[in-house]
Design a protein around this ligand. Structure first.
Ligand SMILES: Nc1ncnc2c1ncn2[C@@H]1O[C@H](COP(=O)(O)OP(=O)(O)O)[C@@H](O)[C@H]1O
Ligand SMILES: [Mg+2]
Length: 314
């Protein structure tokens, strides 16, 4: 079963095309990441799925339900933790959760159990009688996740769930979300933290200026990076030794040999043998790999044909 299916999805705000024809499929049970810089259209995409924003073109379905024609069915399948806090200020948080579950058709006694369970899962059960307003920033984030899970949704949508939180809380939230996914919940997560996508997601779509640039697994993306091997020798080099002509690129930098390759293991052995044959003494070897972050920045930069105006400037 397909959890999310969009075809040529479009959204314009006046002259601005926030989504320029996004086609994506997320399978049931997947942990899917929507990755992209600020303004890419991530929140707009999610807002259409949950019925907060009306699309201007294309199609969007959640578990086969059209998000506009079958709004109720589609919406009831989703638990959303939005990017911006939008919680009732006047009720204690446990009551907010009970109302939320009730609104999505859960009977009161079950709703109360679910509320307690969700608060325990995110670790703020002892704050159950407190109003949202009085929670600390970290507790607010925890509560947003509790509210998303209280209806026991088949699809959990998390819009930048760890933006601005400390490392400890980030890891706590990751663990909770991962466990839910392992228990069968489909997860759609947006983030601009590459590490988050790398750790959590089975697949990611990279969105840039309203267009999908790439859909891939984080591992596949990493595979596109290069390894750099840097070799220092007892006697600095002025030129790359002629015997180094394998399937890799070489140059000399500050007397050191720099080798770029897609296969560090094989290349390293070859290079060492060649240097040894020439009687050169190696004193140090350093290896580094392109990070997913660098690959990501490269992709969203290459996608840009025109110069982007920096945010806040005109
Ligand atoms: N309600 C709105 N009215 C006008 N423009 C909007 C509105 N919401 C978002 N946008 C614009 O649409 C683009 C995509 O925004 P958004 O979906 O929030 O991106 P992201 O979540 O990836 O940062 C941005 O250029 C943003 O300024
Ligand atoms: Mg956003």
């Amino acid at each position: 079963m397909t959890a999310i299916e969009t075809r040529d999805l479009r959204k314009s705000y006046g002259n601005l095309q926030a989504l320029k024809g996004v086609s994506l499929e997320v399978e049931e049970g997947e942990f899917f990441g929507l990755l992209g810089p600020n303004g890419a259209g991530k929140t707009t995409f999610i807002s259409i799925l949950v019925g907060l924003v009306r699309k201007t073109g294309g199609e969007a379905r959640v578990f086969g339900h059209d998000v506009e024609d079958d709004y109720r069915e589609a919406r009831d399948a989703i638990g959303l933790a939005p990017q911006e806090f939008n919680v009732d200020r006047f009720f204690p948080i446990r009551e907010v959760l009970v109302h939320k579950a009730g609104y999505h058709g859960v009977p009161k006694d079950v709703a109360e159990e679910r509320a307690d369970e969700a608060l325990r899962t995110v670790g703020i059960y002892d704050k159950r009688d407190t109003r949202f307003h009085w929670l600390s920033g970290g507790m607010k984030r925890r509560f947003m996740l509790a509210r998303a899970m209280v209806t026991d949704p088949d699809l959990l949508i998390l819009d930048e769930p760890t933006a601005g939180v400390d490392v400890q809380l980030r890891h706590d939230l990751w663990n909770i979300i991962t466990r839910m996914n392992e228990e069968g919940t489909t997860v759609l997560l947006t983030t601009h933290y590459i590490e988050e996508a790398e750790r959590l997601c089975d697949r990611v779509a990279i969105l840039d200026e309203g267009e999908v640039v790439e859909v891939s697994s984080p591992d596949e993306l990493m595979g596109r990076g290069k390894d750099t091997v840097r070799v220092s020798l007892a006697e600095p080099l002025d030129a790359v030794p002629a015997s180094l002509d394998g399937d890799y690129e070489t140059r000399v930098e500050d007397g050191e040999l720099v080798v770029e390759t897609r296969n560090a293991g094989g290349t390293l052995a070859e290079v060492m043998r060649a240097l040894d044959d020439e009687g050169r003494e190696v004193v140090d070897v350093e290896m580094s790999r392109t990070s997913l972050e660098e690959i990501f920045v490269d992709m969203t930069r290459n996608h840009d044909d025109v110069t982007r105006t920096p945010e806040g400037e005109t």
